[in-house]
Ligand binder design. Structure first.
Ligand code: NIG
Ligand code: FE
Length: 450
């Protein structure tokens, strides 16, 4: 890529004025890189395709509208400070003085991915369970033996906060380099009041240190911990009467989640927990229909959940229940891939007029990957949704699933300059088509190339 400076010289040496790709290990450790105090103008010119261009920004796109991905060919994009200032066709390029010029000939530019469902604050890994599954055990069998979520909870309880932060920060840096520019992170591997708060404090530190929005979700109801094996009511009582008030008092989460699933939490228990969360201002955003359809979608709708996530097992009535609501369904295709479970019937859902968001579910058990590029490709390949639908689902609809549509998820004037600049590619459909390659050349966060 040709990156030139012209006009007024930048006030100080900046990362984006060279061809150098900054090693990702350096990202964010120096968080001042992300805090752009000057008001530099960066012109990205000769963009082959500028995707997701919305003059009149939308909150989300649904149904047949998801097939349309507005784009400009042979375009320019002007960034001022941390915002998108202007864009248009090269033929309409205004006579503007930019501090830096990036020549994006042959490249696609699009908003960074909005990953609305992750569990990236965890300790260690579960590679042994991965091998156990290859050798014939199921996810459920592993969980029933005290593995699964409880295995991660044990590891996390034994890991000091600083170390947990270091492990999690590495993952966050990794996903930013893969083009993620906004993320949600859940608790739920603590399962004691102390350990749940520890997780959420790590999320808070990540938010303070990195320049992307990091939304926090309290998921104390991820599993019944071993100590409460024969006293599930006692654990639910702890969640409702101790954990939620403590989380709210420290202002550590915006959302409340429950793993509403056979063997985890029933719909009645889910309702009680959502009710308690709502009383403290926490918005529901829940795990439903991963292995069984037990009415979790209806519970989510009843409690006005911002999103219902997973949805691998969907009945017609579950799709019906979502129609005409503000609750967005979120599909997690990497989880289906990794566990070899059904894929969310995304085609059927979009054809029924629903919106759809795509997210990674990055976690140690069911999805040890935070790669949104893989998610988009897998959605196209396995769920038979089009590249346009998948990119809408992973950008503006992902933003909606985190309450970020006003600032992220599309190329619109005034929105944050969080951008993916690809390598030279034939066009945007090539991104999911050539699914195994890394097509990203540079990621811009808040107007800074990282
Ligand atoms: O979203 N489904 C529940 N929770 C996680 C996985 C939990 C784990 O296995 O650690 C998920 O897939
Ligand atoms: Fe999850």
């Amino acid at each position: 890529m040709n990156v030139k400076t012209h006009g007024r010289a930048p006030q100080r040496a900046r990362l984006c004025v060279s061809n150098e790709i900054i090693p990702i290990s350096g990202y964010g450790r120096a968080s001042q890189r992300l805090q752009k105090t000057d008001h530099l103008k960066i012109l990205i010119k000769n963009i082959k395709q500028l995707l997701q261009v919305r003059d009149n920004p939308v909150q989300k796109v649904s149904g047949a509208d998801m097939r349309s991905l507005p784009l400009l060919e042979d375009a320019f994009l002007l960034v001022e400070g941390d915002r998108i200032a202007d864009y248009g066709k090269m033929t309409d390029l205004p006579d503007t003085q930019a501090d830096e010029v990036i020549d994006a000939s042959g490249r696609v530019v699009l908003p960074t991915w909005c990953d609305s469902h992750t569990h990236i604050v965890y300790a260690g890994n579960r590679e042994q369970e991965f091998v156990d599954r290859i050798n014939g055990l199921t996810y459920e069998e592993i969980a029933n033996r005290g593995g699964g979520i409880l295995n991660s909870a044990k590891k996390l309880q034994d890991t000091p906060e600083d170390e947990l932060y270091e492990q999690s920060a590495k993952r966050l840096e990794e996903v930013i380099a893969l083009g993620t520019g906004a993320v949600e992170i859940k608790s739920g591997y603590g399962l004691t009041a102390d350990a749940e708060l520890k997780m959420l404090r790590v999320v808070k530190k990540l938010r303070a240190h990195y320049g992307i929005p990091v939304k926090a979700t309290f998921l104390g109801a991820h599993a019944i911990p071993a100590a409460y094996k024969s006293d599930r009511e006692g654990y639910i009582d702890l969640i409702i009467n101790e954990m939620i008030p403590a989380v709210a008092q420290e202002g550590l989460a915006e959302y409340v989640d429950v793993f509403c699933e056979k063997g985890y939490f029933t719909t009645e228990e889910t309702e009680a927990i959502l009710e308690a969360g709502k009383a403290f201002g926490l918005i529901p955003k829940i795990h439903v229909n991963q292995f069984h359809a037990i009415g979790g979608v209806q519970t989510g709708v009843k409690y006005n959940a911002l999103s219902v996530d997973h949805l691998e097992v969907m009945r017609d009535e579950d799709i019906e229940a979502l129609k005409g609501t503000e609750t967005i369904p979120v599909a997690l295709p990497s989880c289906s891939y990794f566990l070899s479970i059904p894929y969310t019937p995304a085609r059927q859902m979009i054809d029924a007029g629903l919106p759809l968001a795509l997210a990674t579910d990055y976690n140690p058990g069911s999805t040890p990957s935070g790669n949104m590029n893989f998610v988009v490709a897998t959605a196209c390949i396995k769920m038979k949704i089009t590249p346009e639908e998948a990119i809408n689902a992973a950008t503006i609809n992902g933003a909606y699933a985190m309450g970020l549509s006003d600032t992220h998820g599309s190329i619109s004037r005034g929105k944050k300059a969080n951008l993916i600049i690809t390598k030279e590619v034939p066009g945007y459909a090539y991104l999911p088509y050539a699914f195994g390659s890394n097509h990203i050349e540079q990621v811009m966060i808040n107007g800074n190339i990282n």
